[in-house]
Design a protein around this ligand. Structure first.
Ligand code: PSU
Ligand code: MN
Length: 305
């Protein structure tokens, strides 16, 4: 066992008994939404995972400890501190841990810590990817490398078109990551159900998702699986509204010379401000939708040992 890892007692017990567990990320709490909606959403997501038969494990770094499973107090602490907490990707772990600091886990570090703990299914909102203009900036999220090397199923609502979705799919293909559409042939674009890009495979039930991941696991293939689950129709946003906000956010980030780890948080915050409360409600609902599917898939997977 990793000496820096703390698995919450309920999570450890579920894992020891082969029961379904779903990992949840914490950047969405600290950086993704304002307080107190972030804490309310994080708690509601845990409730949805439970209602669908699995144990939730929200993943974060607190005081230099890698945490798989947070208490209600820890979620509250994280939500209140918000963006003051460092966004932690793979390269940040050694120094954060050595200094005993807090860290908000991105998709990358949530996958890493989930895997250390023995958790196979992870629900989130959106993943990082290849940024627009990456052919000159080389700004490619570490999330794609992690998907290429860590055996965890990531259930998301696709990726926002703050990214170059075509290049993101090319990169995932190179890394050997299966991109699955849940009940769709088209990659969803987070706020909208369609992107104009196709997925590799369409699967239609939690059982089919579990069977594909189980086969990948039994073959001991390195790398994860990306499941893209479209936002429910009633919460989807108007593509023109969202695309205009994205174009403006990208233009501003270029004018202001935003780069490195600041780019994604800058773009997400600007899109959120430019679209007001509508995008927050859509964001919350798609996370609920992913948590439900992840719990149902973890239940199926637990029966396939
Ligand atoms: N995209 C979103 N919402 C998010 C993120 C990305 O639509 O919250 C967060 C996730 O934590 C993701 C991270 O793992 O940003 C990627 O950051 P970067 O592009 O710097 O790798
Ligand atoms: Mn980046």
């Amino acid at each position: 066992m990793n000496p820096y890892l703390d698995v919450a007692p309920e999570v450890a017990q579920a894992l020891a008994q082969g029961k379904p567990v779903v990992a949840l990320e914490s950047t969405i709490i600290s950086h993704g939404m304002p307080y107190p909606q972030n804490v309310e959403t994080a708690q509601a997501v845990e409730r949805i995972v439970r209602e669908n038969g699995a144990v939730p494990a929200t993943i974060a770094i607190i005081g230099g400890r890698l945490k798989a499973g947070l208490t209600a107090e820890e979620i509250e602490y994280f939500g209140k501190k918000g963006p003051q907490i460092a966004k932690a990707s793979r390269r940040d772990l050694p120094v954060l841990i050595a200094r005993g600091q807090d860290g908000a886990c991105t998709v990358t570090t949530t996958m890493m810590i989930a895997h250390m703990a023995g958790i196979s299914v992870f629900a989130t909102g959106g993943i990082g990817g290849v940024h627009r203009g990456a052919e000159t900036t080389m700004d490619i999220s570490a999330d794609l490398e992690e998907l290429g090397q860590t055996p965890v199923m990531v259930i998301c609502a696709g990726a926002k078109s703050i990214l170059d979705l075509g290049l993101t799919l090319e990169y995932l293909e190179t890394k050997g990551v299966p991109v699955i559409g849940y009940q769709t042939e088209e990659l969803p674009a987070f706020y909208t159900r369609k992107s104009g890009f196709g997925v590799d495979y369409r699967l239609d039930s939690p059982r089919e998702l579990a069977a594909a991941f189980h086969a990948q696991r039994q073959m001991d293939l390195k790398g994860g699986m990306l499941v893209t689950n479209p936002i429910p129709q009633e919460y989807a946003m108007d593509p023109d509204t969202i695309n205009k906000a994205i174009e403006q956010a990208i233009a501003e980030s270029r004018e202001q010379g935003i780069h490195g780890k600041a780019t994604t948080p800058f773009l997400l915050a600007r899109v959120k401000d430019l679209t007001g409360g509508d995008s927050l409600e859509s964001n919350i609902q798609l996370v609920f939708n992913n948590a439900r599917l992840a719990a149902q898939t973890a239940v199926e997977l637990a029966g396939m040992r």
